[in-house]
Design a protein around this ligand. Structure first.
Ligand SMILES: NC(=O)c1ccc[n+]([C@@H]2O[C@H](COP(=O)([O-])OP(=O)(O)OC[C@H]3O[C@@H](n4cnc5c(N)ncnc54)[C@H](OP(=O)(O)O)[C@@H]3O)[C@@H](O)[C@H]2O)c1
Length: 249
């Protein structure tokens, strides 16, 4: 339970689902953790569910210039940063005809542009033994309903793992992707219970391991990528997706 002792970790989108569970696991492993979300109310609710040294910062991942403010706040609070998990995402799924340029730009700003500028703005704070985890999606690899724009942004995000690892390797910063398959989280809550249950069943049938994943399973993988146990893992993507991204069903 001390795989992250002494480390400082920032998780964007830490009020729910995979981000919240990862915050719980990081704290349990001894890390000092900061989480972001769009509202202080949800951040306070998350803080009530977590135990340990925690900082909550209201910050919208869709606000590209706001990433500099987030980095500046962390620089005020902490002497260094060892772990960044870029997890917040715009998960808008729409048919081609329904996309507006504004919605397209917002998704790209949140899922592709902001993570890049956040990493750039955090460079002075990263320690010489840092791990950046970019949360992708199986949609980066396979086509499915209404996921063209989301999948393209996630594919771009995951490509940073290669480019940035190369560029940052001499600063001791490893960059890896963590790619979930269908995972039970609040991401599906807006559908309502009936449509959500139907979608879960539909998704379950497409996953080679015959089930959806849990936030805990993703969080455990994040602990591995965050810790020095993965010190020789760089520029790659860990798929925790029940096989859906690689195997025929
Ligand atoms: N669940 C799945 O099946 C699945 C599959 C593939 C990939 N993923 C990826 O996994 C990651 C986590 O998703 P999840 O399933 O855990 O979703 P979730 O339970 O809905 O949690 C999303 C988190 O992101 C935050 N967030 C969303 N937009 C934000 C923004 N603009 N600025 C700051 N925070 C923002 C939310 O916080 P607030 O609402 O408080 O702002 C929340 O903490 C995402 O990158 C998603 O694309 C999920």
């Amino acid at each position: 339970m001390d795989r992250l002792t002494g480390k400082h970790a920032l998780i964007t989108g830490g009020t729910s689902g995979i981000g919240l569970e990862t915050a719980r696991q990081f704290l349990a492993e001894g890390a000092t953790v900061a989480i972001t979300g769009r509202s202080q109310e949800k951040l306070d609710e998350a803080a009530r569910q977590l135990e340990g040294p925690l900082l909550t910062i209201a910050s919208d991942a869709g606000d590209v210039p706001g990433q500099a403010a987030l980095a500046a706040r962390l620089r005020q609070e902490w002497p260094k940063l060892d772990i960044l998990m870029s997890n917040a995402a715009d998960i808008t799924h729409l048919p081609v005809e329904a996309w507006t340029e504004e919605a397209f730009d917002r998704l790209l700003a949140t899922n592709l542009k902001s993570p890049f500028f956040l990493i750039k703005d955090l460079l002075p704070l990263f320690s010489q033994q840092s791990s950046v985890i970019l949360v992708g999606s199986v949609s980066a690899y396979i086509g499915h309903e209404n996921a063209t724009v989301y999948g393209a942004a996630k594919a771009g995000l995951l490509s940073y793992t290669r480019g940035l690892t190369y560029e940052l390797k001499d600063r001791g910063i490893r960059v890896n992707g963590l790619s979930p398959g269908p995972t039970i989280t609040n991401a599906f809550a807006p559908l309502g219970p009936e449509r959500r249950a139907a979608l879960y069943e539909e998704l379950r049938q497409t996953v080679p391991l015959h089930r959806l994943g849990t936030a805990t399973e993703l969080a455990k993988a994040a602990v591995y990528l965050a810790s020095d146990e993965s010190a020789y893992t760089a520029g790659t993507v860990l798929r925790v997706d029940g096989g859906i991204g690689q195997l025929a069903y």
